[in-house]
Design a binder for this molecule. Structure first.
Ligand code: ZN
Length: 563
């Protein structure tokens, strides 16, 4: 596939088409240490495919990050979540490089961002500078690596997107060097009986298929007896040479008696389709065991464009008396391949384990809108909230609604509305709708309050409850004390926490003027940099105000000295 594109792009350039597909020498590495990956493109994540590569930064922050080519900064964002501090650089060749989870920006960009933050009086900002307003050169330091946003350790999230379509492409297509001589790992194989008459090894449910490693390195499954329409799936990952991280594989093929039935890879996908990952994986299994089985067939509702070829949607029609040789090929980007052979015999045998499907009184037709009044609470699913029809389990308790369980994915938001007429205005003010996790810990969901109803929009099935937060956030200084001289201090940092609904907003002033405090929710820390403002007074008054998600507010004041 890749070779074909290189050839095509050569033709395109001969005939004057400007955008070369996957130019090989256009981009340098965004770091100056060997590229070791903590995540690959297309890797299976919650509700999305990973849209870039995660480059390890030697477990530390502050590593210089370089512009991969000449270009212009077209988007800058500072966010508490997602990419954290992120830069987008558009290049003349039609590609945009993206650098996420940054600790801070290089001085000229940092200055631009600080100005914006002080103007908007907000830490979280986003701006789209005009083309050529902030130009960068290939190899110029643009930022320092960090751990901001939705990141669980220092690394650089790096993407290459088409500037026009914004479609992310696999950065490894551009010739970056990543040492990888290690074959992908196959952990598990599964069979899925799909038609009503289908069974696998006398079982009408998803069935694990045992396999063993052969001397030549391939895997051979125990012979499977089956009948009807079945599908297969696997659990696996890829590892590169210099790290133990379990990363995603690049391509997957399924051959049935030598014919390609399934072929998909992670060359590119669009953000519009990324949530359909929940149809590629067996979401039931994922909800139950937190392990992602990649299905080798197209399940209902799957609108993914990652397939190069599909025969019969990847499903195998197993006929009595016939045998089938299924080959599964899993490859990483470097071309290392893991192969498994699954022999299937068409055999109708007595069913030992019947389909374990719980029938409830409510059958959801996925294509239609579905509305349920549970008495004191209502649940509304717009059309196409779900990928497939199913028996939904709905339960109403005291101030609690249980919407099935976490083993069914929702593609769209649905709404849950609670009747709160029995509560006083004062109580309603401090109340909100919380989602309970598997350990019954509540987390705040955005709650729209109108008259006697509370409504929340969510994509997660599970248990929701009315909760009440009566305690204001806590604020305490981390690196200074009241009435202290802080002459040699570069930073002021404070710890802010909330017990239940969570922190909604915070702000700080120094001698009555707004100051920027950078917030890191992962460490509950807000930080002020003394370089931001020139202080004329010796005596400084700091005031920090923090508000939780139901409006409980706390204010902390402190006086310190500095000259
Ligand atoms: Zn990432």
């Amino acid at each position: 596939m890749r070779k074909l594109f290189v050839g095509l792009s050569f033709l395109f350039s001969v005939f004057g088409f400007s955008q070369e597909k996957y130019p090989q020498d256009a981009f340098r590495s965004p770091i100056d240490i060997p590229m070791v990956l903590a995540g690959t493109f297309g890797e299976l994540r919650s509700n999305h495919f990973h849209s870039g590569i995660d480059i390890k930064t030697q477990q530390r922050e502050g590593l210089p990050i370089y512009a991969v080519a000449d270009g212009s900064v077209t988007r800058i964002k500072v966010s508490l979540w997602g990419y954290g501090k992120v830069l987008y650089i558009a290049h003349p060749n039609g590609y945009t490089s993206v650098y996420g989870h940054l600790q801070k920006f290089a001085p000229k960009i940092q200055e631009f961002v600080k100005k914006l933050q002080y103007k908007k009086q907000a830490y979280e900002v986003e701006d789209f500078p005009d083309y050529a307003e902030i130009k960068v050169k290939k190899g110029e330091i643009i930022a320092y690596g960090g751990n901001t946003g939705g990141s669980s350790g220092p690394h650089l999230h790096f993407e290459i997107r088409s500037s026009i379509s914004e479609k992310p492409t696999n950065p490894l297509l551009y010739g970056f060097e990543v040492r990888d001589a290690t074959n992908p790992t196959l952990l598990k194989l599964y069979g899925f009986p799909l038609s009503d008459d289908a069974q696998i090894n006398q079982n009408k449910n998803t069935t694990a298929i045992n396999f063993t490693r052969q001397q030549d390195g391939t895997f051979l499954a125990d012979p499977v007896s089956a009948t009807g329409t079945i599908g297969l799936g696997f659990v696996g990952y890829d590892r590169q040479d210099l790290a133990a991280n379990h990363n995603g594989v690049y391509s997957v093929q399924q051959l049935v008696n030598g014919k390609v039935y399934t072929d998909y890879d992670f060359e590119s996908f669009s953000f519009g389709e990324t949530r359909y990952i929940n149809t590629l994986i067996d979401y039931y299994h994922y909800g139950k065991y937190r392990q992602r089985i990649q299905r080798l067939y197209k399940a209902p509702g799957n609108r993914l464009s990652i397939y190069n070829k599909l025969e019969n949607d990847g499903k195998i029609e197993v006929k009595e008396g016939l045998s089938y040789k299924v080959e599964l090929l899993i490859k990483d980007y470097a071309g290392n391949e893991t192969k498994a052979i699954i022999p299937i015999e068409g055999k109708t045998e007595p069913v030992k384990i019947d389909k374990d499907e719980e029938k409830t009184e409510n059958y959801v037709i996925a294509k239609k809108p579905n509305n349920y009044d549970l008495g004191g609470a209502k649940v509304y699913f717009p059309a196409n909230t779900f990928y497939d029809n199913f028996y939904i389990d709905l339960k109403k308790g005291e101030d609690t609604v249980t919407i099935h369980n976490n083993r069914v994915p929702a593609h769209r938001n649905f709404t849950i509305t609670f009747d709160v007429s029995k509560y006083s205005e004062a109580e309603k003010k401090q109340m909100f709708i919380a989602r309970l996790d598997s350990r019954l810990r509540p987390s705040h969901t955005s709650t729209y309050k109108r008259g006697n109803t509370f409504t929340t929009r969510t994509r997660y099935l599970g248990t929701y409850t009315l909760a009440k937060d009566t305690v204001a956030p806590k604020i305490r200084p981390k690196n200074f004390k009241e009435k202290q001289w802080l002459n040699n201090y570069h930073y002021l940092s404070l710890r802010i926490t909330d017990d239940l609904s969570g922190i909604d907003t915070y702000s700080a002033t120094l001698n009555g003027k707004w100051i920027l405090m950078e917030y890191e929710p992962k460490t509950n820390t807000i930080t002020y940099n003394f370089d931001d403002v020139i202080l004329n007074e010796k005596e400084c008054h700091l005031e920090v105000t923090v508000t939780d998600n139901v409006g409980n507010t706390n204010t902390f004041t402190s006086t310190f000295y500095r000259k």
